[in-house]
Design a protein around this ligand. Structure first.
Ligand SMILES: [Zn+2]
Length: 386
């Protein structure tokens, strides 16, 4: 009898505790919108180098001015240095997986991602990238495939999702072989399906130039597919990440229920694999401008803004003088001080990456966390409302 009373008391206590948590603790901490920005390959030294180029030794990037800063561990499920697929899956779904897998656990079970939860809670959703929309990072926020290189399959899943805003490159994966689109070269689909036509039939506006994007009336645009390259958006990147982010936020902001938006600067990673410091710095500074735009367009009282990286790509030293023939530079700080970038590696590393956050629930990112924790915070933020 005492055991039963204890059990009833315990259950009642848990029940009351849950009501308390849901009513008092979570009720005030409900971001209407979540903007999640990923600098692919952006390590701590990338941030330092971009800071020097933008504002010198004592300056800061805009992302460094956000009120909360912490660190993220990036290793994949089997403890390997992560690739973009496993890292993006961890951040999008809250579960670590093996390299090359998108939106599935190591046993290939589908994992529901944050964009799918946002849709479930009635929010509008968007994905923006400077590489192919079918590339690993954007794919993990929309699709479930065993291998990241199945880009034709990823394209099908992306189009069938009814995501409100899709901006990136990768036209080739949306067009059949023998068919041309806005860019040179033929499509890569061997199933004969034109996914761009299919999207338009399903109510998407299709744009493929900077001017068309600029002309979009964001007030009346509900769903838009923008593909701005056959593969990645070629340098000099047009439309740039700032314009892409601005248009995406403007369109998604029309939803009174709020939105989830993922923005990826995908070519920080590419430039770092190539050990091309000029392109790396250019992409870093573009990303920082896009962060500023997202911050300015979204009210912090309503929005959780998260800025991080999936892993560091490449290792380098920043030196005042040229230390070897292979040093990139010189680059200049605003006061004219020279610096060089001395690459030591062109591979992904196991280093922790920085996370910056602002707005509702940003303080949760203080300290050091696993990459899956980012999903946990975003998911809790979504659920708090309900
Ligand atoms: Zn990556």
């Amino acid at each position: 009898m005492i055991r039963i009373i204890n059990l009833i008391l315990a259950v009642t206590f848990i029940f009351i505790q849950q009501i308390f948590i849901n009513t008092f603790l979570y009720a005030e901490n409900t971001p209407k919108n979540i903007i999640f920005m990923i600098g692919d390959g952006m390590g701590n030294s990338h941030i330092k180098a971009a800071k020097l180029a933008k504002s010198g030794k004592d300056g800061k990037l805009f992302m460094q001015k956000l009120e909360v800063q912490g660190y993220i561990r990036t290793l994949s499920a089997n403890g390997e240095i992560t690739d973009s697929a496993a890292a993006a899956t961890a951040m999008a779904t809250g579960t670590k997986t093996n390299n090359e897998i998108i939106g599935k656990d190591p046993d290939y079970n589908n994992l529901k991602n944050i964009l799918e939860y946002a849709e479930k809670y009635g929010k509008s959703t968007g994905i923006v990238t400077t590489v192919q929309l079918t590339h690993a990072t954007p794919a993990a926020f929309a699709t479930h495939v065993r291998n990241r290189y199945k880009m034709e399959e990823i394209a099908v899943q992306i189009i069938n999702k009814n995501i409100e805003v899709l901006f990136g490159g990768g036209e080739n994966y949306f067009l059949p072989e023998n068919q041309n689109g806005c860019f040179a070269g033929e499509g890569k689909r061997d199933d004969g399906i034109n996914l761009i036509s299919k999207a338009v039939k399903n109510g998407y506006i299709y744009v493929c130039t900077k001017q068309e994007l600029k002309n979009l009336d964001t007030g009346i645009t509900n769903r838009v597919l923008g593909l701005f390259g056959a593969e990645e958006i070629k340098r000099p990147i047009k439309p740039n990440l700032t314009l892409l982010t601005k248009k995406a936020v403007e369109i998604l902001s029309d939803d009174p229920d709020g939105f989830f938006l993922m923005v990826e600067a995908g070519q920080i990673d590419w430039a770092s694999h190539e050990n091309n410091a000029a392109n790396m710095l250019n992409s870093m500074l573009q990303f920082d401008k896009a962060v500023k735009t997202a911050y300015q367009l979204s009210q912090t009282s309503e929005t959780l803004l998260i800025v991080t990286s999936d892993h560091q790509t490449g290792k380098f030293k920043i030196t005042p003088d040229r230390e070897s023939l292979f040093a990139d530079g010189p680059f200049y700080m605003p006061d004219g001080t020279k610096f060089f970038i001395q690459w030591n590696s062109d591979e992904h590393t196991a280093d922790k990456v920085k996370i910056f956050a602002s707005g509702v629930n940003a303080e949760m990112f203080n300290g050091t966390h696993e990459n899956t924790f980012i999903f946990d915070v975003m998911y809790r933020s979504l659920k708090m409302k309900n």
